[in-house]
Ligand binder design. Structure first.
Ligand SMILES: *Cc1c(COP(=O)(O)O)cnc(C)c1O
Length: 397
């Protein structure tokens, strides 16, 4: 990491545009893409010293790469983290953050409202390695307290959760976790690096899918892990030897994404709030979920720990899959897709896609009924979005 002191003093928008930028000997204006797998040495002795960690230099892009490092440094500035490792996807970040530190015989406590692949890691992969995992209702502090009575190595949670938009009290859960010796890992994808700062609220590690709002334009996959230098030192050998590294090309796309992220996310949130209000007035919809609505069960908590309410709005078409499908199939502007945080608005039916692996009971506990539709609100004109949603609701009956 090579962040200069002046950069830490910049205001956030300046950090988003310029943080971490380093020029090569050719003095390019823009961040250069170092599309190279390896790096060369003038002398065999230099290679030896580099592998012994006696000199700090790039060796091989699986370990580190200048373009990837620029992305990591810029994210560190935004997140207020000491160190970062960028990964090939959000899931690579989630897995590496757990797998590098949790050992057989240890225990992980997690909230049950999780992105489908995160749930798979916790309920299928880690137990296979001899790690006990316990899932709790993340909105119930008593369940966290009970589960954390036994010594625990890591706590994993997502807030707001995908797709149920549950909000978890970060300072309270972090305090309980730390009493039990656990490191707290927060999947902050829905909040984005802009709307919630888990490290300031007590968390130890933050993970992102950069695929979502950091790219923000639906182009490529990536992720990131941020935390203390001590934690990244534990992660680094795991990262170096298991290979979840990010492509320099994708890192460059994400650097461009960060430059416009604040402007985009602000508009996404404004559109999402308008769509949430619009949906609230529709009789065909039995439930509208958006953390910014006073009807959201954790609205007050969202106000306390987030500076904006996010880009995703969910609705329930009376629990009926047929109506949900009729609604989605009638959409003419909004696309059916499972991505989110894109400039284009997207509709997802979690019960049959991202969360189809869960049992019907597990889905019911999370409020993911067959009529539940997740809308990732994009940057189209909000009036066109309302028109499209209105005509689809009419066709859904
Ligand atoms: C998309 C997503 C992930 C996984 O990220 P990928 O980049 O798709 O691997 C993890 N957590 C949440 C909350 C997500 O929305």
């Amino acid at each position: 990491m090579t962040i200069e002191e002046k950069e830490t003093g910049w205001r956030r928008q300046t950090q988003l545009v310029r943080g971490g930028t380093r020029r090569s000997q050719w003095q390019e204006t823009d961040e250069a893409i170092f599309m190279t797998s390896g790096f060369v040495y003038d002398r065999a002795e230099d290679a030896e010293a580099a592998f012994k960690n006696e000199i700090d230099r790039f060796i091989y892009s699986r370990y580190g790469n200048p373009t990837v490092e620029m992305f990591q440094d810029r994210l560190c500035l935004i997140e207020g983290a000491e160190a970062c490792r960028a990964t090939a996807s959000g899931m690579a970040a989630v897995f590496a953050s757990l797998a590098c530190q949790v050992k057989a015989g240890q225990r992980v406590v997690a909230s049950r409202a999780l992105f489908g692949s995160c749930a798979y890691i916790l309920t299928d992969i880690l137990p296979g390695y001899g790690i006990e995992t316990v899932l709790v209702d993340g909105t119930d502090l008593n369940q966290w307290r009970d589960a954390l009575r036994k010594p625990t190595a890591a706590v994993f949670l997502e807030t707001p959760s995908n797709p149920g938009l549950e909000i978890i009290d970060l300072p309270a859960v972090c305090a309980l976790a730390h009493e039990s010796g656990a490191q707290v890992i927060v999947d902050n994808v829905f909040a984005t690096p802009l709307l919630q700062h888990p490290l300031e609220l007590g968390a130890d590690i933050v993970v992102y899918s950069a695929t979502k709002h950091i790219d923000g334009q639906g182009r490529c996959m990536g992720g990131a892990i941020l935390g203390s230098q001590a934690f990244i030192d534990i992660l680094s050998p795991f990262y170096r030897h298991t290979g979840p590294s990010l492509s320099p090309f994708n890192a460059w796309i994400f650097l461009k994404g960060l430059e416009t992220m604040e402007i985009r996310v602000r508009e996404h949130c404004a559109n999402a709030a308008k769509i949430a209000d619009f949906l609230t007035g529709q009789s065909a919809i039995s439930r509208v979920l958006y953390p910014g609505l006073t009807s959201h069960p954790q609205h007050e908590l969202a106000k306390k720990q987030m500076s904006g309410f996010g880009t995703v709005v969910c609705l329930d078409l009376g629990g009926s899959k047929e109506r949900a499908f009729r609604f989605m199939n009638a959409l003419q502007l909004v696309d059916i897709s499972n991505n989110l945080g894109d400039t284009k608005s997207l509709a997802t039916h979690p019960a049959t896609t991202t969360h189809q692996r869960l049992s019907a009971e597990a889905r019911a506990e999370l409020g993911i009924t067959d009529g539940f539709v997740r809308l990732s609100i994009g940057l189209e004109d909000v009036e066109d979005l309302k028109d499209d949603i209105a005509q689809s609701l009419t066709k859904a009956g």
